[in-house]
Ligand binder design. Sequence first.
Ligand SMILES: [Zn+2]
Length: 390
Amino acid sequence: MSARAHLISARPLCRHSDGEEVQTQVLALAGLATLEIGFGYCRACGHIYQVRPPSAAILDQHYAAFSNYTCFDPAAARTAPPAASTRRLLTLAEARAPRAGTVYEVGCATGFHLRHFRSAGWDVGGCDPSPKAAAQAQDLFGIAVDCGFEAEILPRQKDLAVVVFSHVLEHLSDPLAALTRARDALRDDGVVLLEVPCAIAPHLMPPGWFTFEHLQYFSENALLRMLHAAGLAPIELRVAFKAELYPVIAVIAGKGAQQSRPTEDKLAALQARQFLDVLVWRDDSLWGATSRRLRDLTGPAYVWCAGVHTAQLFDRTELLKSADVLGIVDRDAQKWGHLQAERAIISPEDFRARYDEEPVVISSFASEAQIAQSLAEYGIAPKRIVRLYG
Ligand SMILES: [Zn+2]
């Protein structure tokens, strides 16, 4: 058990315990036990969070074994242009951050953002709990990554020009503490640069927006209150509604006066409730539409992709009951030989050896079109490819 175990708590930012659950998920995760978790908000301060999170042991196992942000194609990674997410961070840093010194990224994975910050003139460093990702950062880009959790590593850093959190804070059980540590590691004119999913515009969310890896969900208001409580003063804030699968918010913030932790805020609680009413209603209707696409699927079938989306698909539709799922195919070798919902996870090669004209359900919202194309290239008849969205 890691040192993180004691950090998991079901308390929102205000530290009250007035959480109301609005969505329950029962997830059969790849290679892990089936678990029940709950999502909701704090009736005192309006913060949206997992009111019943998974145990720290489950999360640690998930990140260590399966979700470690390593890359499949090192040759392509070496020459890849900056991703849209990297460009958003870079343009904000170039506009508002000190132009010399060290950019240190928390949860930097393989260093795919940092290499572009280095090209733009900064010194770079970072930390990540995944030994595989840290090793890849060194091999691919020559970036030395401190392997471990930020709670242990950030306190050893000082005089940083920029601390980056790109889609990291929502995974942490105590993001306010992490931001406070980041502030303490900054030089006087240093900044924190962060991006997280934004709890805004529920009609733009994909099915399954509430996901077990995300312990926190930030509205603009909640994020600003948290920054002030960490002693950070926002300099610029940008919301991008359609840049990713869901809206994201980026903020750059310098050192400021530390304000008290957010406490009771009835207006924020009401706004959270309204956001969640629409989100949950819409999520139910999206999964209802998916169920209708699967209605006629009886008999043997395969599912393509063993991941959190598939755990949600099994939870929100009758697929496991109506069809005979023979196996779940995934290209991630770390998952092969494990089970998901008691079905074997197999490699694409293994699948091709066994395949006998059964329907193949693509279980991915983000990559559905791309997977459908690969399946067609494998020679699977179009009428056997079951798409849930497109
Ligand atoms: Zn609260």
